[in-house]
Design a protein around this ligand. Sequence first.
Ligand code: ZN
Length: 476
Amino acid sequence: MTSKLLCAAFVLAALPLSITFSLQPDQQKVLLVSFDGFRWDYLYRVPTPHFHHVMKHGVRVKQVTNIFITKTYPNHYTLVTGLFAENHGVVANDMFDPMLNKSFSLDNMNIYDSEFWEEATPIWITNQRAGHASGAAMWPGTDVKIHESFPAHYMPYNASVSFEERVAKIIEWFTSKEPINLGLLYWEDPDDMGHHLGPDSPLMGPVISDIDNKLGYLMQMLKKANLWDTLNLIITSDHGMTQCSEERVIELDQYLDRDLYLLIDGSPVAAILPKEGKFDEVYEALAHAHPNLTVYKKEEIPERWHYKYNNRVQPIIAVADEGWYILQNKSEGLMLGNHGYDNALAEMHPIFLAHGPAFRKNFTKEAMSSTDLYPLLCHLLSIPAMPHNGSLRRVQDLLSSTTPRRMAHTQSPPPHRGHGKPGEREQESNAYFIGVTLGSIIVIVFFIIFFKHLILSQIPALPSMQGEIAQPLLQA
Ligand SMILES: [Zn+2]
């Protein structure tokens, strides 16, 4: 009797631990997909049955606040680090670091200098440090050597590699003998066409339909590989897109002599490096130059952008109003669509959908921050999170309540130069506390019952003892 009870005690004591800490290995697989420049409302421009299928059987977040500046490289690095641009250091697609005396340029694909990436550690590295393998098909930065490592599998960036080839690689890696648990897949559209046509163009309809077909192809291939039901698929983007026009151009040459400054990054956030001794002259010339241009000294950049505390942010930035285009001279020509503007603008916001065993079904959430994706990914992969600016708690309602889950451990906040918003230290998940509390209650209740049983089982011996003890009292 006692041994049976002890055995039951052990099982019950172990139960809360298994509820809280075990995740089936299959449920820890994550495929993160980015369709560059997929604005949040493109989903409703034309029929997008595959996106809607994912939403119906998974989750969707309506408004994702991405990070400033709303450009490709800064935002893709935020998705995989959970850090604001000032903290991860990839502050623009075109940068100059005065300490390193080096430049970085997406236009020239001069992006392979490790030092520009090493202010942060992307998730594909952390995942591998935890003993797993990561695989990346063209995700920005995954073909750069960062902290002496690459993803276990990756494709050197080549825009001409088809979507189908990228998907084939991802499937191959997920189904190999030593499978990856984290896949990252990147596709250049609808960004390219959004720039070219402008998002308001009716010709964007077929572009969005094409992306929906690509998602359909990915779903089909995942089903064929028996991954669809076990893998957690997250579909997102880096930013949206807004309509520009030749009537909304701010021409810097009209206000400022080119000999006075270097233009490090162009539109819509002009990063201006005044030549030595020319700061005041440049600032005065630009400060009130145009009603649709807001000019900031570096130290005046609004805190909400988390964009001032980094060497790569230039001494002056000039930010255009939505839909306005900054050029040095009109002859340079402009794109009909652009992004990079204030991240508070809805038109800059990307999509966010997810499907898989870890996620709820047919659930829509109003808003999240793109920094919150990183702790969510770490949670799904059951790996420790590096210091970040996101919060798992803010997005935990996306997760299926029936899914066993494990909290992602987090290190201390980022020691970032002692300023800017520090990375939030992720608190223990609610699931963790519920698991532990429930477990403790079960164990306590069990032990009460157990000891009650133990005491009652001794009762037949008690009457004689009680009799002996009681007798003198009775006699007295
Ligand atoms: Zn773009």
